[in-house]
Design a protein around this ligand. Structure first.
Ligand SMILES: Cc1cc2nc3c(=O)[nH]c(=O)nc-3n(C[C@H](O)[C@H](O)[C@H](O)COP(=O)(O)OP(=O)(O)OC[C@H]3O[C@@H](n4cnc5c(N)ncnc54)[C@H](O)[C@@H]3O)c2cc1C
Length: 395
């Protein structure tokens, strides 16, 4: 495995890093801990700026407004954004999942209608997959779409729709045939969130934010030309969408986690336990060192995975290992942070005594969702057990 960058990757990195140095808004440091709702327009403007400079959707093919970046260039992209502490983009699901699905399965007309506005964040997208009885077992979903003339009539309910309250469009998985095995009767529709009959109800999360939503659909009319891919081939379209979810973005998390560990080391020298710096407490030292080692393992496993993918062109089982590992490292790291910070760790941005503007409690609470979203840890273990170890299926 060669960990050195090729000349074109180096050039890509230098160009991006110079651009970020000149363009990451200084204001971001002040706004970082605001609720998503309040900083959303700021994130939209930031994505617009990246787009105008050709730095949004770098993995997308050039003909659709991307850069056609190689796998290693994508890795470098996330590394540089993390190193520059750049703000997140407003349309992350559109850029990372739904745009690539439209590129893979969409008609030319759909590509023309949606892709540029996804890149520029003019239109925000959400992903309407999960339902109260369909999460890990997505194919069990019940939301139904009936073709009547040139429209689908959609009825049902979705849940855990991230950004549902801010989105203009939704990639919605629906059941279009009830008389075939459950994986075979699904289709994917591109649904205007302003459609009559579509009600969005935000769910308040434990950190007080409400970016998660329930969607209730009652006789929602969706033009038949908004079908993505073929009718009743929705399982393949949905899997094609989810495949993108575990790709290169985790590089950004590794760098953020490493920065967090470095910060914990600094804090352990300042914060006192039993009258002495916490850094002198043998248990805290062990735990912080363990975090450091795990974040380093995460980096090396990523490099192994990308090296494998560059050589073979297909994601290997390391993808599931990565998802399983980084999400659990994230929770262990946040747990250690809380143990180190003590009661101070629970103060949020509203309290002026909060350390790092309340980042630690926000991240602690957010990390709980990591092992659930994009396939739970148990499902990742099932995938590893079955596809890597060749064990029989568990369900
Ligand atoms: C932060 C976050 C963001 C999300 N965003 C979105 C979104 O934008 N759009 C969307 O559609 N969904 C979204 N989801 C939903 C997410 O995809 C589901 O929560 C996830 O797939 C799990 O489904 P479930 O919640 O129904 O749990 P269930 O599938 O009911 O699982 C319950 C428990 O049983 C375990 N389990 C289930 N099946 C098996 C099995 N075969 N073997 C062993 N254990 C099993 C699970 O691991 C889990 O511990 C989001 C979730 C989170 C936490």
């Amino acid at each position: 495995m060669d960990l050195n960058l090729a000349p074109d990757e180096q050039q890509f990195r230098d160009e991006l890093s110079a651009w970020l140095k000149a363009n990451v808004p200084a204001e971001w440091e002040q706004r970082r801990e605001e609720p998503v709702q309040e900083r959303f327009e700021f994130m939209r403007a930031w994505q617009g700026k990246l787009y105008a400079a050709g730095w949004a959707g770098v993995s997308w093919p050039k003909e659709y407004g991307g850069r056609g970046a190689s796998l290693m260039q994508q890795v470098v992209y996330w590394q540089e954004l993390a190193r520059a502490s750049a703000p997140p983009m407003a349309n992350e699901l559109g850029l990372g999942l739904i745009g690539p699905a439209i590129i893979a399965f969409g008609t030319e007309e759909q590509k023309k209608l949606y892709l540029a506005k996804i890149l520029s964040a003019e239109e925000i997208w959400c992903q309407g997959f999960s339902e109260p009885d369909a999460g890990s077992d997505l194919a069990n979903l019940k939301t139904e779409a009936r073709l009547e003339g040139d429209h689908y009539i959609v009825n049902g309910q979705k849940v855990w729709t991230s950004m549902g309250n801010l989105a203009d469009w939704c990639e919605l998985v629906v059941r279009t045939d009830k008389n075939v095995p459950k994986h075979k009767g699904l289709s994917v529709l591109l649904v205007d969130m302003k459609s009559p009959g579509l009600e969005v109800r935000p769910l308040r999360m434990m950190n007080g934010e409400a970016e998660f939503c329930e969607l209730f659909l009652t006789n929602v009319r969706v033009p038949a030309q908004n079908l993505l891919g073929k009718a009743n081939d929705g399982w393949n379209v949905a899997l094609g969408t989810l495949m993108h979810e575990r790709a290169t973005l985790c590089v950004l998390f590794q760098i953020v986690f490493r920065r967090n560990v470095d910060r914990l080391v600094e804090l352990s020298r300042i914060i006192r336990r039993n009258g002495r710096p916490a850094a002198e407490d043998p248990v805290i030292r062990q735990k912080v060192a363990q975090c450091y080692a795990e974040v380093e393992i995460m980096r090396l496993n990523q490099m192994r995975s990308f090296s494998q993918m560059s050589a073979t062109g297909v994601p290997g089982p390391e993808g599931s290992i990565q998802k399983l590992f980084w999400t659990e490292v994230s929770q262990r790291l946040q747990q250690v942070a809380q143990e180190l910070l003590g009661p101070l760790g629970q103060l949020d941005a509203a309290d002026r005594r909060a350390i790092d503007k309340g980042m630690w409690i926000r991240e602690y609470m957010r990390s709980k969702g990591h092992t659930i979203e994009a396939g739970t840890s148990e499902i990742q273990r099932c995938i590893i057990g079955h596809f890597v170890l060749g064990l029989p299926k568990s369900y």
